[in-house]
Ligand binder design. Sequence first.
Ligand SMILES: NC(=O)c1ccc[n+]([C@@H]2O[C@H](COP(=O)([O-])OP(=O)(O)OC[C@H]3O[C@@H](n4cnc5c(N)ncnc54)[C@H](OP(=O)(O)O)[C@@H]3O)[C@@H](O)[C@H]2O)c1
Length: 258
Amino acid sequence: MSHARTPTTARQATSAGPLPRTIVTGASSGIGRALALELARRGVPVLAVARHAEPLQALADAHELIEPWVADLSRIDEMDGLAAQWLLRYPDIGALVNNAGIQHDLRVDDAGYTAQDMRAEVELNLLAPMALTRALLPHLQAQQRAWVVNVGSVLGSCPKRTAAVYSATKAGLDLFTQALRVQMQGSPVRVVHAVMPLVDTPMTRGRGRGKIPPDVAAQALVRGLLAGHTDIRIGKARAAWHLQRWAPGLLARMLRTA
Ligand SMILES: NC(=O)c1ccc[n+]([C@@H]2O[C@H](COP(=O)([O-])OP(=O)(O)OC[C@H]3O[C@@H](n4cnc5c(N)ncnc54)[C@H](OP(=O)(O)O)[C@@H]3O)[C@@H](O)[C@H]2O)c1
């Protein structure tokens, strides 16, 4: 399959029009970095958030529409204050992409895998998107059009052997996204679930086959958003979704050993 034709899918589809200023979390690397650049290239101002200042500054230097913001999103108690600072500085914020994530590629009974490691995965992958969404919602609901985009994984519906907690966080994020979408019906806020296949980033370094480049994943995500899609399954994530419906045993066997 050609990368340029990486497919996306949608359950609801209405035209999205141009996107407003967008917060991209986890923008210092991988998919988030590619997404920030893709949005900026399309004229969308981006607030690029992550912990490491240096790669964020390099990203901001690469495009004038990208502003860096250093923050540790695992500090859940600080999310309200962080959102307030963002809105004070950038009152035109209209979209939040919850992309920052970590994965410990370990079995639960692995001696080196601690309860703190588990907490870190749950806090960043699940609690942070929920807390940030909660903090920004009153502002987003007051916009003419706004977006909350949660970056999910195929592993959120079919877990991998060595990523039980990560898979659980992505499953939780999927259900949170679905519930929020119901809550936001009739409001200007579109709630989007973007499901990634295996993407070639630092998170997947040294493992997996058939990975797609992060810029290809980012382009597919932005195309889906601009087309008004709310369930965006990128590349093999779409095939996985069909497999799960029609041959769940086969998909489980494939992913268990991925
Ligand atoms: N790669 C894949 O195959 C794949 C597949 C399915 C889903 N996904 C999802 O796609 C998203 C991006 O993954 P990726 O592959 O691009 O990973 P990545 O290259 O490792 O990037 C992760 C990003 O998260 C940021 N981050 C980590 N801890 C943070 C914290 N405490 N506070 C703020 N930012 C933090 C990192 O920046 P700092 O270290 O500078 O903070 C980095 O920018 C994740 O949600 C991941 O679960 C990826």
